[in-house]
Ligand binder design. Structure first.
Ligand code: HEC
Length: 259
């Protein structure tokens, strides 16, 4: 006891006490678990199958409330993404209606989307979106994994983390309890339910699986050039290593007789 002063012992005790205190103080959000994403790390890549399943979840579930207005249909066919074939991309686009015009008479008109169009918003404008969602605005999802602290881990935790509100929590109509949302309340009803979609590749559509897949897809949407960027970084490293080696030997040669 002599060797550690009283203050040090007290400090350690306080630290232990604060660490074991309930993680969720009032108003604070639960910390999302760190997931082992395929796209993490210097050599990480997107998982094509996860991207395709995630796209299916976005299209069948989230697109009815959330736009994805930075992504064009043809991006779905690009290298480093879900890599749908040209025919698949066209078929996907045809399911969406976009506004075009004005035509020769000055009128706007609607038509089926083409590969070059961006994913349209499900609502004509922000007020309509709010009116349909109890006053809350469903944000565009193009950059959502970058826009929120915790990134992909947070989005995954949020989607799969709905719970019954703890005793004593008041929830106004149109609000739902989710411990990962700051304040614990969110205006989005739990969007995923077991077996909500039927995956083409036979993967069981659990809530966990769907939230992993759609988050994977949204991570790609926020950073479609991630694979190219990492590949480029790797090439630059190789180049610099070779260059440093060459410099080292040529310097040795140049300075050899100067000793
Ligand atoms: C019925 C409409 C509806 C559906 C379907 C829906 N959402 Fe939402 N979402 C909302 C609304 C409304 C908000 C705004 C919530 C708020 O601000 O409290 C929201 C917010 C969000 C947020 C932001 C949370 C934050 O940190 O602010 C994310 C991420 C999100 N939704 C993802 C999704 C995904 C992914 C899907 C599909 C699996 C989906 N949503 C399906 C209505 C919807």
């Amino acid at each position: 006891m002599k060797r550690f002063g009283f203050k040090a012992v007290l400090g350690a005790a306080l630290l232990v006490a604060s660490l074991s205190a309930p993680a969720q103080a009032a108003g604070e959000a639960k910390h999302p678990a760190a997931m082992d994403w395929n796209f993490n790390g210097p050599f990480g890549t997107y998982d094509r199958n996860a991207l395709r399943r995630g796209f299916q979840v976005y299209a069948e579930v989230c697109a009815s409330c959330h736009s994805l207005n930075q992504i064009a249909f043809r991006n779905l066919g690009q290298e480093g993404g879900p890599e749908f074939s040209e025919a698949e991309v066209k078929a996907i686009a045809r399911d969406y209606i976009v506004e075009d015009g004005p035509d020769d008479y000055g009128d706007m008109f609607e038509r089926a989307a083409l590969a070059r169009d961006k994913f349209p918003s499900p609502y004509p404008n922000e007020n309509a979106a709010r009116a349909a969602n109890g006053g809350a605005y469903p944000p565009d999802l193009s950059l959502i994994t970058k826009a929120r602290g915790g990134g992909a881990d947070y989005i995954h935790a949020l989607l799969s983390g709905y719970e019954d509100a703890p005793e004593g929590t008041e929830l106004r109509a149109g609000l739902y309890y989710n411990p990962y949302m700051a304040g614990g309340k969110i205006a989005m009803p739990a969007p995923l339910l077991e077996e909500l979609v039927e995956y083409g590749d036979g993967t069981p559509a659990t809530v966990e699986q769907m939230s992993m897949d759609v988050t994977h897809f949204l991570a790609w949407a926020a950073e479609p050039e991630l694979e190219q960027r990492k590949r480029m970084g790797f090439m630059v490293l190789i180049y610099l290593t070779i260059f440093a080696g060459l410099m080292f030997f040529s310097m040795r040669k140049i300075w050899a007789d100067q000793h």
